[in-house]
Design a protein around this ligand. Structure first.
Ligand SMILES: NC(=O)c1ccc[n+]([C@@H]2O[C@H](COP(=O)([O-])OP(=O)(O)OC[C@H]3O[C@@H](n4cnc5c(N)ncnc54)[C@H](O)[C@@H]3O)[C@@H](O)[C@H]2O)c1
Length: 390
């Protein structure tokens, strides 16, 4: 298995992610062949790439010649058969297992035996996608974040079937594109979409209990916690429909584990069309004459909110390590590079104190008598031993 700078890269799906991934690979010098079932999607993607490169030239980030060379490396193909020369194909089509499996099965008839087939799925089982192929050892997940050209993190997800040299060579190639790769087991939500759930879920819970309003929770997380955005502002940016769907998928995939239980408040907002920025209103009002409430800047309340959300995040990170989902380094890298957390959660746990984290979780579990607050066995073990993550 060898992927190098001369490898032709195929991208199937020319939507938001496919266009971004094509840009990343072309910028790194690859010849890129993009295919989409919808000709209009390809025309739009071509326009998007031209527009982005024009802007980069205007801003002085790229010479006109370099921009033209990069664009010339990308071609749009109406027939999937044209992807035959590819050594790596990255799929970024609709998030539907049957549709993806059908595509992977047909790609096998197009490309050579040595071609690596990768999926950008956010929530489906990579092993289930791989099993659609006869030669399933060459299939793996490469999960880019949106927007792909700007977000540094890529989660590399071997299926049960994937051969080690496929994982290694794909990872090296994507590292060479200037990305930060982390390796993660094929489990729901991978690292980021699993470990980040309490950032939204616990914030919604605090809101639902009437402990604080959205503005106050956001203030606590940004001003005291140092997060770039508060959970409610971020849910409004992501879109409540998208954020709710991820939570529900993770909750279901974990056999209804109460740790990931979705919130009725967010569900009703989706049903009411209060999707966030894109619909003009979500937790906040985005109209021109909007007057959003000021936060209650009570330091004690703010710390209580931050600590409750933070210990729940740390519990997820510790549990992901406990179950071997990813390494300590990769879990901390994923959260700082994938969702811009101010610190890695395991490092933050050490600084907060493992015993203090455990005491907070134990207190929450005692108060609510809910399995949602059960501490990871790893935290309990480490607290007994006086151990630290780093
Ligand atoms: N949008 C995100 O923030 C994000 C982030 C990470 C991963 N993902 C994942 O990336 C994938 C693509 O997401 P997106 O947001 O770019 O979607 P999108 O809707 O913007 O684009 C999907 C494209 O796939 C095309 N398509 C559908 N079925 C096809 C087929 N059988 N053959 C060829 N083309 C087909 C559609 O015409 C469309 O242009 C999904 O698996 C999604 O879960 C999305």
């Amino acid at each position: 298995m060898s992927l190098d700078a001369r490898t032709t890269v195929g991208v199937v799906g020319a939507g938001t992610m496919g266009a971004g991934i094509a840009q990343v690979a072309a910028t790194a010098g690859h010849r890129v062949l993009v295919h989409d079932a919808d000709a209009e999607a390809m025309a739009r993607a071509r326009k998007v790439l031209e527009h982005i490169h024009n802007r980069l030239v205007e801003k002085g980030r790229l010479t006109r010649a370099a921009a033209e060379e990069t664009l010339a490396r990308v071609s749009f193909e109406h027939r999937v058969e044209k992807l035959a020369p590819c050594g790596l194909v990255i799929e970024a089509i609709v998030e539907d297992l049957d549709v993806k499996r059908a595509l992977f099965a047909s790609l096998e008839g197009v490309v050579d035996q040595g071609c690596v087939l990768a999926t950008n799925t956010s929530s489906l089982s990579v092993s289930a996608i791989a099993s659609a192929c006869r030669e399933n050892a060459r299939v793996l997940g490469v999960h880019f974040f949106n927007p792909a050209p700007l977000m540094p993190l890529v989660e590399v997800v071997p299926a049960i079937q994937t051969k080690e040299d496929v994982v290694e060579s794909t990872r090296r190639r994507i590292d060479d594109w200037g990305k930060t790769t982390v390796r993660v087991k094929d489990t729901p939500g991978f690292i980021v979409n699993r470990v980040a759930r309490p950032f939204y879920g616990e914030a919604l819970r605090i809101l639902d209990e009437g402990i604080a309003d959205a503005a106050t929770i956001d203030w606590a997380m940004t001003e005291i916690g140092g997060f770039r955005m508060g959970p409610f502002a971020l849910m409004d940016l992501i879109g409540n429909d998208v954020n709710y769907a991820v939570t529900e998928t993770v909750f279901r995939a974990f056999y209804n584990d109460p740790r990931y239980k979705p919130s009725f408040t967010q569900k009703r907002m989706v049903e009411a069309g209060l999707l966030g920025r894109k619909s003009g209103r979500g937790f906040y009002d985005y109209s021109d004459d909007a007057r959003n409430p000021d936060p209650n800047r009570d330091e004690t309340l703010g710390r209580e909110i931050l600590n409750r959300i933070l210990v729940m995040l740390i519990n997820e990170a510790a549990d992901a390590l406990y179950w071997g989902i990813a390494s300590r380094d990769d879990i901390d890298l994923a959260m700082t590079k994938g969702v811009n957390y101010p610190r890695g959660l395991l490092l933050w746990a050490d600084q907060f104190g493992i015993r203090e984290v455990l005491a907070h979780l134990d207190a929450l579990q005692k108060e609510y008598a809910e399995d949602r607050y059960r501490p990871s066995p790893l935290l309990r073990r480490m607290a007994q031993e006086g151990a630290t993550f780093w």
